[in-house]
Design a protein around this ligand. Sequence first.
Ligand code: UDX
Length: 437
Amino acid sequence: MNITIVGTGYVGLVTGTTLAEIGNSVYCVDIDEKKVEAMKNGVVPIYEPGLEEMFLRNIQAERIFFTTDLKEALEKSEVIFLALPTPPGEDGSADLSYVLKVANDIGDLMTEYKVIVNKSTVPVGTADKVRDTIAAKTDIPFDVVSNPEFLREGFAVEDCMNPSRVIIGSTSEKARNIMAKLYQPFTNIGVPIINMDERSSELTKYAANSFLAVKITFMNEIANFCEKVGADVDLVRLGMGSDDRIGHRFLFPGIGYGGSCFPKDVKALLNSGKQEGYDFQLLDATENINKTQKVILVPELEKYFGGNLQGKKIAVWGLAFKANTDDIREASSLDNIKLLLEKGAQVVAYDTIAEENVRKILGDKITYAKDMYSALEGADALLIATEWPEFKNPNFSLMAQKMINKAIFDGRNMFPLELPEQNNFFYKSIGRKLVTQ
Ligand code: UDX
């Protein structure tokens, strides 16, 4: 099939590349001329494992094209995906101006039947708004479908190629059949398509992400309570997760959730609730708990240093909001670093993948190490903020040589307790026994 993707951000680019990979001709439209030129020359604008290879393969096979010209792309395609940004406004509500501007342009430019697919996470009722916007411009028939994306950063290609389910929100049989044809390579390998109306589909995305944020937050609270009563959250997690109604995934406690989706979607759902006169008390609590959880290790650091962090050199391992991404949106590392700086500490950070993005925000307020051990040179303590695999089994004797104090504050529970214990480190993790020197 011929497909247009409007917006080559994270979701658009990964969706476009994977749809090309399964044999479609994909026209990617973006208003950023420089970015379009770069992509034409094979430059992938984001870091995502496995993406570059697939991207280059499909450029070479002439299945993916890049343009700033929406009209040209529209003429060639029957299905138009909107993968546009919906940034949160000050009150947390999603800003639909990009989506509606493009809907308006589509209304102006289309000359025959099109299926317009909302791929971005958009509030309930957006499909209706897109439909009204286009209908105000044209009499040509069209359908608007909600088809939310559930990909995780760091696993985006894998998630797109092996989705757990495909949600098609459309009350038009014609549009549903076209979408079923497009996703046939996935249904062929057993991926279920769940058909529903547009509004239910839009809400499904917010409900799924918010539920996962609540699940993590619940576990963070259990972890905090484990510390109070001398229980070990790792064991509680295993015991709970073995009930398949609960499941093992997304039960890992730590210094809070971040990223471009959970915080934004929880806020947006809270806000939609307010607009409809519904008070999502659970989400309100989740958001507040997460704020505190993100910096829960800072008071522990203060306690360790007798209440004063002034002049202390703190090494931070990991800046990305999670491993396998360069994304630092709502990253816990940033909240911790800002607080540590406020309290007079110096920060040396290590994260080769996310460093560039952090430099844009923090510049030389902190220093950046080129490897994990040099970050520890003369450090008073280490704070682990991201679970990069390279931190899993470090050389503790080398760490001890470099550090002034053998103290680790681990926001991602990277080590079994025996490891720091055997190596005589002070070790504070989340929801587990404190290891003292
Ligand atoms: C999430 C959803 O998983 C995905 O389906 C949706 O489309 C976009 O939002 P993503 O933000 O890429 O994906 O990351 P994810 O792996 O879900 O992690 C989100 C945050 O939760 C991270 O900060 C992560 O560190 C944290 N997390 C996750 C935990 O603290 N504990 C866990 O057990 C799992």
